[in-house]
Every structure is written in C-alpha cells, then in structure tokens.
Design a protein around this ligand. Structure first.
Ligand code: ZN
Length: 304
C-alpha cells in the first residue's frame, strides 16, 4: 500500500472514515426527485444521513421554489433546524458564483457566528480560481464561455480571516494542483490553522475545471499534499459517480463526500442522500474503516 510514513496521520486502516453528505448543491429535482430544498427537508435529510453514517452535512440554502437562496435568515433557519434534528456537523456554502462581492459571500456566516444556535461548524473556502464551463463533446461546443469561478488570493485570505472571527472552520476546496499549493502557503502563513480539512473536488459531466473523477485524478492531487502539515482530506465528484475515486480515497486514508447534490446516481435508481451514504459506509466498513461519529470527527479536525 502506498502510504507516506512522513505524514502526521494514522495508518489508513486504523483511521475512522468521515462521511460528508453533499445533499443539494444547486441541483433541480429533474434527475433525482429526492434533492432537499426547504429548511425542513434539509433538516430531515441531515438526520437520515447521520443515521446512515455521515458525520457532516454540506448544503446550499434554497428559496421555496428551489432557486438559490442567500439570505442570512434562511441559513439561520436551516442551521437551527438541523441542530434540533441531529448532532451532525454542519457545513454551509458561500454561494459559489451566485452572489456579489466578498463581503456578500461571507455575510451569512459572519452573522451566524454570533450565536451558537445558528453557527455552522464549517464553511466552504475554495483556494483558487478555475473555469467551470461545461463542454459537450456531442455538439463539439461549450455551453458557456465565461463561467470563471474566481477566488483571488486576497479573497481567500479575507474569507479565511472572517471565518476565524466567526468561529467557523474552513473546508478548503481544492480543484487543481495550484489550489493545493495555495493551501500550503495559507498554512505556512497561519491564515489557516492545522489540522486542515481539504476537499478534493473532482469534476465530470463536461466540467473541465477540475481533475477527472478517477483514481488518477485523486492520485495527482494527493501527491502534492504538504507532508509536514496535519491535513485530513476528503473527495467529492461534481456531476460524476464517486465510487471509484471514493474507494481509492478510503484505501489511501482519506475520507469521502458523496451526495445527490453532485450526481443523481441513476445506476442506483436515483437514491436518497441517506441511501447513498449507507452504501459508502458499508464500503468503508468492508475495507476496514468504521465511520466516524460527529464527536470523533470534531477530534480529528480540531473543532472545539
Ligand atoms: Zn456546495
């Protein structure tokens, strides 16, 4: 087994498996009808995913019609309802490219941090920029040509500082090798505290801004994990089936972040988020990795 002795981590098979469920992103219900939209639906999903073996839920707030919601009030309502329903750890989005300047992007987190009832445990911080336009090989064209997911160094450092103030830990999304190099720099300058929680974002379905959802896609990213830093890493796959890359991550001592927000899983008959989590939990167990409880996840990721 390829395992780097220098890294400050336990041997993979002794380490508990953190499952994060990415429940909705900005997916419609066209492909999978189980995508949760409302605060009640998201809270119910959180409780079901916790039962199935997840210890973190990642969600995007929606308006009642399913469109992206960004009001601080909706985030507060969702976080409060999840806290009432279950002890799962909570990870909010910043809204990706759907909102304006840096202050707008972090506003709901900055406000929520003031009160334990509304404060999430994590928020997403993408450590770099990339093009997220979709290529369609059938028509030999791109669906769009200007979807830059822009996160300048200045933006990243501002968001990291705001998260620190709010008492919220960044989940550091890493789409390509330069994102990993930025994370290394942020750790070096103590803008981000160790242990860091890094999410490798693989992309399929024509999105060419990330590594492919394959073993090779993961391998080329984890080859650049800074060996002297305490990092727990997980893997997700936008618009693609996470099982092949997820199995490799489990074997390598990483963690997994599946969800029907990323992919509808027609191979499995379009399952619920909890059904999907259960399959990853069973795979982890079969490979010698028990799922981590929220308390164990807190300890592994240094959340107090
Ligand atoms: Zn997200």
């Amino acid at each position: 087994m390829a395992f780097d002795e220098k890294r400050k981590v336990k041997p993979p098979m002794e380490k508990k498996l953190i499952i994060t469920c990415r429940v909705n992103e900005y997916k419609s219900r066209k492909e999978n009808p189980h995508v949760p939209f409302t605060p009640d639906e998201i809270a119910e999903t959180a409780a079901a995913c916790r039962q199935a073996g997840a210890s973190i839920i990642h969600f995007h707030a929606r308006n009642p019609d399913g469109s992206p919601g960004h009001a601080s009030e909706i985030y507060n309502e969702i976080v409060t309802k999840i806290h009432e329903a279950t002890d799962i750890l909570i990870d909010c989005t910043l809204g990706q490219i759907t909102v304006g300047d840096d202050k707008d992007r972090i506003d709901h987190i900055a406000k929520a941090g003031a009160d334990a009832r509304t404060r999430p445990d994590f928020a997403a911080l993408d450590a770099g920029s990339t093009n997220i336009d979709v290529y369609d090989p059938k028509t030999k064209s791109f669906q769009t040509g200007n979807k830059v997911y822009r996160n300048s160094i200045e933006t990243c450092l501002y968001l990291a500082a705001e998260m620190k103030k709010a008492g919220v830990k960044p989940h550091l999304s890493c789409w390509t090798v330069p994102f990993m190099r930025a994370i290394e720099a942020f750790l070096d300058m103590r803008a981000i505290e160790e242990p860091a929680y890094v999410q490798l974002v693989l992309t399929e379905g024509g999105i060419i801004g990330g590594h492919p959802g394959t073993i090779q896609g993961v391998e080329s990213l984890i080859g650049f994990l800074p060996p002297e830093r305490a990092i727990e890493w997980t893997v997700c796959c936008k618009e693609g089936n996470l099982f092949p890359a997820g199995a490799f991550a489990i074997e390598q001592g990483g963690h997994v972040a599946p969800g029907i927000g990323d992919y509808a899983y027609p191979e499995m008959g379009c399952p619920t988020n909890a059904e999907l989590v259960r399959r990853f939990a069973e795979m982890g167990l079969a490979m010698g990795r028990e799922t981590a409880t929220p308390e164990e996840t807190r300890a592994m990721l240094g959340i107090h």
